[in-house]
Ligand binder design. Sequence first.
Ligand SMILES: Nc1ncnc2c1ncn2[C@@H]1O[C@H](COP(=O)(O)OP(=O)(O)OP(=O)(O)O)[C@@H](O)[C@H]1O
Ligand SMILES: O=P(O)(O)O[C@@H]1[C@H](O)[C@H](O)[C@@H](OP(=O)(O)O)[C@H](OP(=O)(O)O)[C@H]1O
Length: 335
Amino acid sequence: MARNDQKAVHLPSPALPVGFRQFATQVAGHTFEATNAAAVGLLQDSVAGCVLKPLGKPECEVRELNFYESLASAAVASTAAGAMAEAKAPGDNDLAALSRHVPRFYGHLKLVVNQREHTFVRLEDLTSGMQQPCVMDVKMGRRTWDPMSSPHKRQVEEQKYVICKQKLGLCLPGFLVYLPAEEPGKTVVLRHGKDYGKSLNVAGFRQTMGIFFNASTSDSKTRAAGSEILLREVLRQLQEILAWFKRQRLLHFYASSLLICYDYARLSSESQPPPSPLLNGHHQHHQCSEDPSEWIRVRMIDFAHVYPAEDGQPDENYMFGLQSLIEVVRSILYR
Ligand SMILES: Nc1ncnc2c1ncn2[C@@H]1O[C@H](COP(=O)(O)OP(=O)(O)OP(=O)(O)O)[C@@H](O)[C@H]1O
Ligand SMILES: O=P(O)(O)O[C@@H]1[C@H](O)[C@H](O)[C@@H](OP(=O)(O)O)[C@H](OP(=O)(O)O)[C@H]1O
């Protein structure tokens, strides 16, 4: 069963190249539209574990492609310099270190969708391997317009998600979560888009985060071991990203997001009581006690508005949002 604020309309299917389909767990961003054949969303690639992201407006295309390609070359340069004990270009280390917080990049390609050619980047699917993927897109920063934006674009951006953006430096364009249903063993899917995110105040934002992490106070069924592992691991990954931002002086990220993904199937199995001891006094191996980063992933996405840092300043705008997000997750963990 699904609940959501996105009306169930039957859209005419877009004409896609053979071997590709619409990516079902896209929660935000540009999507296919029934009445606009030029609008394109993410595709699921025939290559397992990959998605294809359309690059959109020409200026966004150049910036996002440039970002991924710079990261890829910095990673190569860093590895080669390490092997040869050579000096690297300034900033290569920081860029190479960023790669682990970003989906893996497998190049770009052009595809014809609805009789129009579009450029896509092929990326690691961050929900890959998840049986019941829960996904949240959190857009970072009080300021979501870039230095080249027109006065009109600035004004439009300033008027959206006003409370959460100004108070927390965060906004919530969409999420999808599996929740336990009344009937034991069954789940419901809750899905909300940008209209919901735009209606939130700070209390609503915090409450929504609790729901997304299956850790709302009213829900005692899953407020157990799994939820604690989830919150601790999300915090750990957020702290690593913050540590990177504190070091780097290269880039500023406007209107960029963090994508938080986890597998509800693993969350609920982690929440089961551990198996009882065997007659010989040993415990059976608990099949879920592997590395939580296998089923919990926090990554930076959407680099259409990445700019070189002016005067080598840190990206305070992004860090303000990230610190708020860390505080919100921490408050859910320790309440
Ligand atoms: N690597 C990925 N793996 C899985 N899902 C992804 C990945 N990249 C993007 N998505 C999904 O697609 C959505 C949109 O991604 P993204 O923000 O990059 O697109 P966009 O169209 O540039 O967004 P915007 O309109 O905010 O500029 C995300 O919210 C997420 O659901
Ligand atoms: O959150 P909303 O209300 O959906 O607003 C969109 C959001 O700000 C996107 O980041 C932006 O795309 P870009 O990052 O590509 O600018 C898009 O501009 P667009 O409509 O001009 O594509 C906006 O409509």
